[in-house]
Design a binder for this molecule. Structure first.
Ligand SMILES: NC(=O)c1ccc[n+]([C@@H]2O[C@H](COP(=O)([O-])OP(=O)(O)OC[C@H]3O[C@@H](n4cnc5c(N)ncnc54)[C@H](OP(=O)(O)O)[C@@H]3O)[C@@H](O)[C@H]2O)c1
Length: 286
């Protein structure tokens, strides 16, 4: 396993992580058990994925089996955008830690730069009468970052970062920060290469993690059902002739090529393995 040294403290992040978005509790438990056996040491989740509890169960079993220790793993979770107000940061992190059955996470990210009001009955964005989400336009994310910093000082997370922030938003947090963002997690793949954002992060010494490195083929049904998008709108990266040509040339599958693509640029990728695959070829990237 290769690691990247994060700028904040002496923290090593494995460059490949297991993504868990949309993974249901039983399948995520099975996937994590297989992934840990295969050598994954970095797991990416979020309060919003509603699977931290199941991930916590799988991790607890792994620790109790004696196969590994907490300090061998790198666990990332994220503050939901209905928890972006400064007064909410600590309680949402503590809820995630309770669910994960951990004393600390390695990386805590602000999931989104924009904020929603919170429906306290189920910790989801509050809805207007027409079904749209209630934006919280008064929240200043710089204030959120100040409280993120306190979570490092309090020992609830080793380090902190951002997700889905654009250049202006990253620079604004960076300029105000006492503890600088260690990581920016953004969508990145062949069709969305984020060149200027990556250049900025290189200059500021922020590690960039690519999410949806395969172009999120499994999310097509999710978005077409939830937001009524046409399936024809989704590009097929793995089926692209150039990806196929490269795969044939190097005798790798398109998935391996797409996962490797971010690495020469100094980025790191999370892919999703909701179904536990025993087939070794699916794990060739580590
Ligand atoms: N910070 C954020 O806002 C954010 C947003 C999105 C994602 N993420 C993180 O990044 C992780 C990965 O992102 P992602 O799930 O969007 O995208 P991805 O890694 O690009 O794609 C994963 C999907 O590809 C499918 N897949 C894998 N190999 C395939 C193949 N050979 N042919 C066709 N489909 C294949 C998988 O299907 P199976 O279901 O069969 O495994 C899975 O649904 C997430 O799990 C999450 O942890 C973060």
């Amino acid at each position: 396993m290769k690691y990247v040294k994060l700028p904040c403290g002496d923290i090593q992040m494995p460059i490949v992580g297991l993504g868990t978005w949309r993974a249901q509790p039983q399948e995520v438990q099975d996937a994590i058990t297989v992934a840990l056996e295969k050598g994954y040491r970095h797991i990416d989740t979020a309060f919003n994925y509603n699977n931290e509890e199941a991930i916590g169960d799988a991790l607890k079993k792994w620790f109790e089996s004696g196969k590994g220790r907490r300090e061998d793993l790198f666990i990332t979770t994220k503050l939901p955008n209905c928890g972006n107000r400064p007064k909410d940061v600590e309680r949402f992190l503590k809820m995630s830690l309770d669910r994960l059955k951990l004393r600390y996470v390695d990386l805590y990210l602000i999931h989104m730069p924009f904020s929603f009001l919170c429906d306290e009955s189920n910790f989801t964005p509050l809805k207007n009468e027409d079904g749209s989400f209630c934006l919280d336009v008064d929240n200043d994310i710089v204030g959120t970052w100040k409280v993120m910093e306190q979570q490092v000082t309090n020992g609830l997370t080793k380090t902190i970062g951002l997700s889905n922030f654009n250049e202006e938003q990253v620079q604004r947090i960076y300029d105000s920060a006492q503890i600088k963002p260690a990581v920016l997690q953004v969508e990145m793949h062949a069709y969305n290469q984020q060149k200027s954002l990556r250049e900025l992060c290189k200059k500021l010494n922020i590690a960039v993690t690519a999410y949806s490195p395969l172009g999120s083929p499994g999310a097509n049904n999710h978005f077409s059902t939830k937001y009524n998008y046409s399936l024809a709108d989704f590009p097929d990266i793995l089926g692209h002739p150039t990806v196929k040509e490269i795969s044939e040339k190097y005798k790798k599958n398109g998935r391996t090529n797409s996962l490797k693509a971010p690495h020469p640029t100094g980025c790191h990728s999370h892919s999703e393995e909701r179904k536990p695959r025993q087939d070794k070829s699916q794990h060739r990237n580590i």
